[in-house]
Every structure is written in C-alpha cells, then in structure tokens.
Design a protein around this ligand. Structure first.
Ligand code: C2O
Ligand code: CU
Ligand code: CU
Length: 528
C-alpha cells in the first residue's frame, strides 16, 4: 500500500515536468506532492534543528532495555533552550518562541516510510506532515515555517499512512512548547517548576519489549495498554517543593481517554487547553483528556507536608465502554470489549502520577486572575452564517468513517472544499442512520476528533442520549479556550467554529483514536 503511494508520488513528480500532466487524475496536486528535500535559501531561519526517526534500545522498565523508535534531535542553530532531551523514549522537547522562523531537517532512518506532523501548529500544507509526503529510509524532508501559534503546548508525532498508530506507539512523539510576550508577562511557574507530563499506556512482554496487540477487538476500540508511562518512562513519581507548578499534560496514548482528578478530591485548576492559555483559570472536579488533547494545570503544593504525596488519578467513568449492538450475538468476549490482557479497560481507575513533596520553600507565585484575552467567536463572525459543515461519525463494514467515507490520500468531495480566509461552523455528530448491518457498537463509542490547521472554539455540546454514563464524564470538558481536538462522546452533538486562514491546500481532519485513524477515519479538507 505504502509502496504504491510512494510510486504514485514519484510518478506524479515525473509527470509534473511532462506534458501529460493535465490528463492525470488529481493533477492539480502534482506540484504540491513533491518532497521538500532542500532548504529554501530565501527562508531565513532563526532556529535549525535536525530530527531523525531511528531505532534505539532504551531503559524504560527495570532490567532489559526496550527496542523502540525514537526521534533523535540536534540543535544546529538558535537558542540553547530550543531543544531539551527528556529521559525515556520520547523525542526532545522543542521550545519555540512565537515569531521564530524554524527549519527542521527530518531524516528517516527507519526501514519503513515515515513523516512527521506538528500537531496544533498553524503551518502551510507542505509543512504539515500530510501522509502523502512520507519519505523512505535514508531520505529527508525539510520543514520551514514561522511559529504563528500563541504560547501553549503542542506536540509532534509520526503521521504515516496506516502506520501512525504503530509508529507513535513505538515512540515517535515529542512535545512542543511555545512562549510569547503575553505569557511572559504573567510570570507563570517556569524552569524546574514547569513540568511536562506526557501520558501513554503501553503493554510490555516479560522481556520488557513493547507489545502492540492488533486483533479485531483492539482495532475497534483502539489499543489499550496496562502500563502507564509518564514522559516515556515507567517511573511515575515526581519530586516537588511546597509551591506552585505548571503542568503541561498531553494525552499521547493511542486510544485511552483519561478522567484526571486529584486523589484527595482537590479540584483541578486549568490554565490552558490545546491551543494555549485560557482567558482565566477555571476549576473542575475532574478533567476528561482524550488522545491528543492537552491541558495545562496550575497546581499549588504550598501548605503540604514534606514527605507526603499527592496523586493524580484516572477516575472511573462509564460512558465510554462500548456496548455491543445486536449484531454480534456470537461474539464470545462481548463483556470484555476494550479490555487488554492486563484488564485495564477504558474507564477503569488507576493512579497516573505521584507528586512527592520533598522540600519546604516559601517563594510560591500567585495564580493570576486573568491569563490572556480570547476573542470569543460567535455565529455572527461566520463567513457564511447559513452554512454548517458536517462531520458525521459513522461505521460501515466494521470501519469507522467520516461522512460515510474513508480516507483516500488526496481525495476530497465538494462538501470538503473550504474557501481560504473564512470562518466556518462545523457540526460533529454520531450518524445513527448509516448504522447498516445492525452493529451499534461504533455509535456508542467516543471519538476524539482532530482538525489540522488553526485552532477552533467550541460553540455548543448537546447530549441526545439520556444515559447514566454521561453523568460520569460531563463535568470534565473544558469548552472555553482554543482547541484542535474535541472529544465527542456517545450521543453527543458538538458544534465548533474554526478559522481557515492563510494557507491553501489539503488539511486533514480525523479521529485521533490512532487505530480509528489508521482504519481510515480521516479525510481531507481542500482549502482554496
Ligand atoms: Cu495529531 Cu493528524 O494528528
Ligand atoms: Cu494535527
Ligand atoms: Cu474514533
């Protein structure tokens, strides 16, 4: 499959210089499908980084090292703090400043195709890591973009056709932070008091090797592991002082959805979402964090005794456990849908990370009342107020789809054409009509829907099912602030408002349950 795509790509490249171009289907993209393997001399980079996808043997669990994929980074130009290696198998943290011009030389040293996407970043199509740009072993892709996003936490990961789930699972992911002037004025906890927390669930063999279970069941629910890694490591204890911290949490799991809460019942204070800081801090009894979503927390350990612990937990919830429809009467393992060997089903409780208070200090900063101004988008701002784009979540022949269609590399239909520099309303909902075959299961599954390009705002959430499970999750959604991924629970109808500014071309939208994505629950918008 991948080879075919590579050949097609090369074919299109050759065709672009010939005269037969116009006769090819999809010829408009012939030029834009070319691999960008040389830097553009007119792009004056402030920061230059080399990032290599390669294999490695790293210590994750006590004992034998684990065979992983990892991004190896090297700073070629720019401030020293731009690149920070983390212990564990994740790629280095990339720390950018708004306005910086960044050039990244991405090398693939894996024996399979690969391409990297900067999740959450507003960049041109050719710099976005669309799977049509996958490069083979030994090739390179040169990314060049200006950092337009405001301060916040984004991430990068492999986005290879039908291999995103396995490549991310094996380690091809890393965090991106962005800072800007507005954030710096706030004096938020920084340096050692600004802690990244990438949460991932994995499954290991007795020999400490990553095991990826890929049976039919895991394909439907997505992969669920029984070992929680924090920042690519199995050590889940973080030493802290009695003061305020900023936690940048990313759910980097393939399909596990977390319901995060402090074990002692302390409410969580959110200061940021996917797209950056909130207008003001908001408190929640718990926060739902679906794959690819980020949340930034303010946590103040002042007043806690050295020697004590505060535990961030995954709390129990019901809504996401798939109920089978009438279709699979003979499926012997029905009651165990979504369950892994270790028994850590979706929605089951477990500790995520433990903060161990080690030291008494007195210099704690105060939580600001106001963070950054956010212009609230309303339907009055829409370019075409009468029009709503639809993303219907449906299921056909055991494949999750969007608007009844599966992913095709460069395919889009009329309803997926969006005029550039417009603001669109998009409704994301479960399409129960297309539930052919009597399989209701997918309908009752949550889907974290991600749109590439600019961040959006949530206009409304409507729950159509009067089901008790929803009560266990409903207070954990952050609906203010900028988002690039929204969790659509069973029975939910979510309206968002999204700008499509600056850049034309193909931009993906997909389910960020990575198994669903690789099964084709992904489409292109064509912005022109
Ligand atoms: Cu995080 Cu299209 O991906
Ligand atoms: Cu993305
Ligand atoms: Cu999905």
């Amino acid at each position: 499959m991948t080879h075919l795509d590579t050949r097609r790509r090369q074919f299109l490249q050759y065709a672009a210089v010939g005269t037969m171009t116009a006769a090819l289907p999809g010829f408009v993209f012939a030029e834009s499908t070319q691999i960008n393997d040389e830097p553009n001399s007119t792009f004056k980079a402030d920061v230059e980084i080399e990032l290599t996808a390669q294999i490695a043997e790293l210590p994750i669990l006590p004992g034998a090292h684990t065979h992983v994929f990892t991004y190896q980074g090297k700073l070629l130009k720019g401030p020293q703090a731009t690149l920070k290696d983390l212990p564990g198998y994740l790629g280095p943290m990339l720390n950018f400043v708004q306005g910086q011009k960044v050039r990244i030389y991405f090398y693939n040293r894996l024996s399979e195709p690969c391409i990297t996407h900067w999740h959450g970043m507003h960049v041109p199509q050719k710099m976005d890591g669309h799977p049509m740009y996958a490069i083979s072993q030994g090739e390179r892709y040169v990314y060049e973009f200006e950092v337009k996003n405001p301060a916040g936490t984004n991430w990068y990961h492999a986005h290879t056709h039908e291999m995103t789930a396995t490549q991310v699972y094996q380690g091809l992911a890393g965090l991106i932070t962005i800072t800007d002037e507005a954030e710096q004025k706030l004096d938020l906890p920084s340096g050692e008091y600004d802690i990244p927390l990438v949460i991932q669930d994995r499954h290991f063999t007795n020999g400490n090797q990553l095991r990826y279970v890929h049976g039919m069941r895991q394909r439907m629910t997505g992969f669920l592991g029984d070992t929680i890694l924090i920042n690519g490591q199995a050590n889940n204890t973080i030493p802290v002082k009695t003061r305020a911290y900023r936690l940048r949490i990313l759910n980097g799991s393939n399909s596990r959805i977390y319901k995060l809460g402090w074990k002692d019942g302390t409410p969580l204070t959110a200061i940021g979402t996917d797209g950056g800081l909130l207008e003001k801090p908001e408190t929640f009894p718990y926060i739902m964090l679906a794959p690819a979503e980020r949340v930034e927390l303010w946590v103040d350990f002042s007043g806690r005794k050295p020697g004590t612990d505060l535990i961030l937990q995954n709390l129990e919830y019901k809504s996401a456990i798939p109920h089978m429809g009438g279709g699979m009467r003979h499926g012997g393992g029905m009651g165990r849908m979504g369950m892994m060997a270790g028994g850590l089903a979706q929605g089951k409780p477990f500790p995520v990370v433990k903060f161990h208070i080690t030291e008494q200090v007195t210099d704690s900063p105060r939580l600001p009342d106001k963070l950054v101004p956010i212009h609230r988008l309303t339907t009055k701002d829409l370019s075409n107020p009468g029009k709503t784009l639809s993303i219907a979540l449906s299921m056909r022949h055991m494949s999750p789809q969007l608007n009844g269609r599966s992913f095709e590399m460069q395919d889009y239909v009329d309803s997926e054409k969006i005029p550039v520099n417009t603001l669109q309303k998009i409704r994301i909902f479960h399409d129960n009509k297309s539930m052919g075959g009597g399989m209701g299961m997918m309908m009752s599954m949550p889907h974290p829907i991600h749109l590439h390009g600019q961040q959006f705002q949530i206009l409304s959430r409507t729950q159509n099912n009067q089901d008790n499970g929803y009560k266990t999750v409903k207070d954990g959604f952050i609906n203010s602030g900028w988002k690039d991924t929204v969790l659509v629970m069973p029975g939910e109808d979510v309206e968002i408002i999204k700008p499509f500014a600056d850049y034309t071309g193909l931009f993906l939208y997909h389910c960020h349950n990575l198994e669903h994505e690789d099964m084709g629950m992904m489409r292109n918008f064509y912005v022109s």
